[in-house]
Design a protein around this ligand. Structure first.
Ligand code: NAD
Length: 349
């Protein structure tokens, strides 16, 4: 089949593209604007494969998107392109409204036309558990039936896009499917997000910033497990349905940071700045405005209907992740020195 993956140069999108090229025989067109978060370095291992191609397109540009659909003639669209960082959405929500809402609207309209000539066409919208709002420590985890109560400009824009996708399914009979996933972690994650940020800062001996008292709880899913789940949903899931995807790993932010410090203590006994443990670098900083206390996912539907469970526990996944950042310093280095953006043109096909 012919897959369009939007946002394929991002963290989850690149994992999905690597999975589709390496583990299936499908053909993939990666559509990505290459914002600061898009990094073609993450696709070096597949960029020369004949089944992979890349087009630098902004999903807000309807004309260019239409041309790409016409030329590639997709059977499936997996839509991951988004502005995805909560802190950035608080500082400047505008890009989030454009990309996450208008961009999704454009894709839906083009898909609606495309579906008229292709019955089997499917549109998979990749979303977040943050649309459900937050939980107290004792609330039951989110199911697919929870109402939407987004708290940040990011989650509100994702919630809006989910609503549009459902409406296009209901009103225009577009075959859609939605997944809402918990926090992902793993290789190739942009170093502004908690786990890679902490690893990079610890290696430099910098302070490790933890919001508030570090008691906010997230459910963590290893990104490669997410890619497998997405493929299962789009190929075996029932159109019109929503599936929650979770890692069965609720952790406080402080637990996450301490776990990384413990692994680094073992793997790199020679520490910077004469510290005895990386934990000495932990520093509590002013909390994020509107910071959700807890997200937790009830992922029993995807287990029951599609027989999907993650392979990695948090302990195995976080160890692999820390080891990957230690083994691949050049990947982070090229982001931190800006080279990944300067050389991007000409790296795709
Ligand atoms: P990311 O920020 O790493 O990547 C986003 C990608 O989208 C980048 O390659 C960027 O260049 C591209 N992009 C941004 N605006 C675009 C535009 N206007 N046109 C075309 N491309 C554009 O994000 P991620 O962490 O890989 O998340 C991917 C998707 O999964 C998002 O929709 C996000 O909401 C969702 N999600 C993420 C997580 C998580 O923990 N990271 C959890 C659940 C759901």
């Amino acid at each position: 089949m012919r897959f369009i993956v939007t946002g394929g140069a991002g963290f989850i999108g690149s994992s999905l593209v690597r999975f589709l090229i390496n583990e299936t025989t499908h053909t993939v067109l990666n559509i990505d604007k290459l914002t600061y978060a898009g990094n073609l370095d993450s696709l070096n291992s597949v960029k020369d494969n004949d089944r992979y191609s890349f087009s630098q397109i902004d999903i807000c540009d309807r004309t260019e998107l239409e041309k790409a659909f016409e030329k590639f003639d997709p059977d499936i669209v997996m839509h991951l392109a988004a502005e995805s960082h909560v802190d950035r959405s608080i500082d400047g929500p505008s890009d989030f409204i454009h990309t996450n809402i208008i961009g999704t609207f454009n894709l839906l309209e083009i898909s609606r036309n495309h579906h008229k000539n292709k019955d089997s066409f499917r549109f998979h919208h990749i979303s977040t558990d943050e649309v459900y709002g937050d939980l107290t420590s004792t609330d039951a985890p989110f199911t697919e039936e929870n109402s939407y109560q987004p708290s940040s400009p990011y989650s509100a824009s994702k919630a809006s896009s989910d609503h549009l996708v459902r409406a296009w399914g209901r009103t225009y009979k577009l075959p859609i499917i939605i997944t809402n996933c918990s926090n992902n972690y793993g290789p190739f994650q942009f170093p502004e997000k908690l786990i890679p940020l902490v690893i990079q800062k610890a290696l430099r001996g910098d302070k490790l910033p933890v919001y508030g008292t570090g008691q906010n709880i997230r459910d963590w899913l290893y990104v490669e497990d997410h890619a497998v789940a997405l493929y299962k949903v789009v190929t075996e899931g029932k159109m019109g349905e929503t599936y929650n995807i979770g890692g069965h790993n609720e952790k406080t932010n402080l637990e996450v940071v301490e776990t990384i410090c413990n692994i680094l203590d073992k793997l790199i006994p020679k520490k910077p700045n004469a510290i005895k443990s990386y934990k000495e670098l932990i520093s509590f900083v002013t909390d994020r405005p509107g910071h959700d206390h807890r997200y937790a996912i009830n992922a029993s539907k995807i287990k029951k209907d599609l027989n999907w469970l993650p392979d990695e526990t948090f302990e195995t996944g976080i160890y692999k992740t820390v080891q990957w950042y230690l083994d691949n310093p050049a990947w982070s280095e090229r982001i931190l020195n800006g080279n990944y953006r300067q050389e991007r043109l000409g790296m795709g096909k």
